[in-house]
Design a protein around this ligand. Structure first.
Ligand code: GDP
Ligand code: CA
Length: 330
């Protein structure tokens, strides 16, 4: 079975770790968000690709959900002694090695796809990890504070400003002219199942879908498309997804996000046949038991516990997503 999953960072990584347990023989291709990528201290950092790679490869700081396990912070302390560098962004010593390898390979002319494969050679994540694009794409958030209306890099908004100023707009710089990375469209076209794990709908899944060609490839695919809600009972499980949904006019709820992705048609709410092509993405939408009354026109909604407290819990969510996929098979 060939499974393709779109992925942000923590939410997707935890889901995918469960998916590997739920489908040990599946060939999994992960299309990772790169719109969070940033250059710091001259180093190219790809936070979501790294979270995926470390989580699936067994090198993640599991409590934090990002960064390396057994991390130390000597470089950060030394930079602080120089009063230099982005003190708001954590670059641990072990993690820095990853960014050094990435940056020097990119500088030598390799693409991000090639560099990611090289990094994964060490981590053996058990899935093929592809960046959504080799082109530079950066999410900027438009805010308005005492300094007036301005756009800041997503990381500055998320990490330094802790998403406190209200987001007025989300601008994905460079995305219109970007191309999907090699292998991305083929993987989607050949998939037996396409999954949208519980990731941030705006700055993770939303940015991947904004790369020209990716959304169209998913809406055109024969395989069932199933999403897992990142919102439980009106709030994001961890993180601040609720800070950005209002900026794109989407209610912070399992229904809001499900309807934002949209049903593909072919099913009505009761699971009966429905010929209408609704132009959405989803055949199935998995929500938490507390959101069991959710409906998404053109998709089948199923409920189950969606809290990824540990790997077995994530595996059972992944199993339910796969069984929903076979139930909605077109
Ligand atoms: P980021 O790039 O690290 O922010 O990670 P993602 O975009 O992949 O994931 C962030 C989203 O994952 C947030 O909206 C959370 O609500 C969601 N999330 C995190 N943990 C869980 C969980 O245990 N269950 C569910 N359903 N969603 C989760
Ligand atoms: Ca991210």
């Amino acid at each position: 079975m060939r499974i393709v999953a779109l992925a942000g960072g923590i939410g997707a990584a935890r889901f995918l770790r469960g998916l590997k347990v739920a489908a040990p023989t599946a060939e999994i291709t992960v299309i990772g968000n790169t719109a969070d990528d940033i250059t710091l201290l001259g180093l190219r950092v790809s936070p979501d690709l790294d979270t995926l790679m470390y989580t699936l490869g067994g090198g993640i700081d599991d409590t934090q959900g990002w960064g390396r396990d057994r991390e130390s912070w000597h470089v950060k302390e030394e930079l602080a002694a120089y009063d230099y560098g982005p003190s708001w962004y954590g670059l641990g010593d072990r993690d820095l090695a990853t960014h050094l390898v990435r940056t020097s390979l990119l500088d030598a002319g390799y693409s991000l796809t090639e560099v990611t494969a090289a990094l994964c050679h060490r981590w053996q994540p058990g899935a093929r990890l592809l960046p959504m694009s080799d082109d530079r794409i950066e999410t900027h958030i438009v805010i308005e504070d005492t300094q007036g209306r301005r756009a800041v890099h997503f990381q500055e908004y998320w990490v330094r400003l802790r998403a406190e100023p209200a987001a007025r707009d989300v601008v994905v710089v460079g995305v219109e002219d970007a191309h999907p990375a090699p292998g991305v469209l083929d993987a989607i076209g050949q998939a037996d199942v396409v999954l949208l794990p519980p990731s941030n709908p705006v700055v993770s899944i939303g940015t991947i879908l904004a790369v020209p060609g990716i959304r169209a490839a998913i809406t055109a695919v024969d395989a069932p498309v199933v999403g897992v809600s990142p919102i439980i009972g009106g709030a994001p499980v961890r993180g601040m997804a609720d800070k950005l949904l209002p900026a794109i006019g989407v209610e912070t709820s399992a229904v809001g996000v499900g309807r934002h992705y949209g049903g593909r048609g072919g099913h009505d709410e009761q699971g009966a046949h429905d010929e209408q092509d609704r132009g959405g993405l989803l055949d199935g939408w998995l929500v938490d038991t507390v959101d069991a009354d959710a409906t998404v026109p053109g998709a089948i909604v199923q409920a189950g516990p969606l809290l990824m407290t540990d790997v077995p819990a994530a595996a059972s969510i992944a199993r339910q997503a796969l069984s929903l996929a076979s139930a909605v098979r077109r």
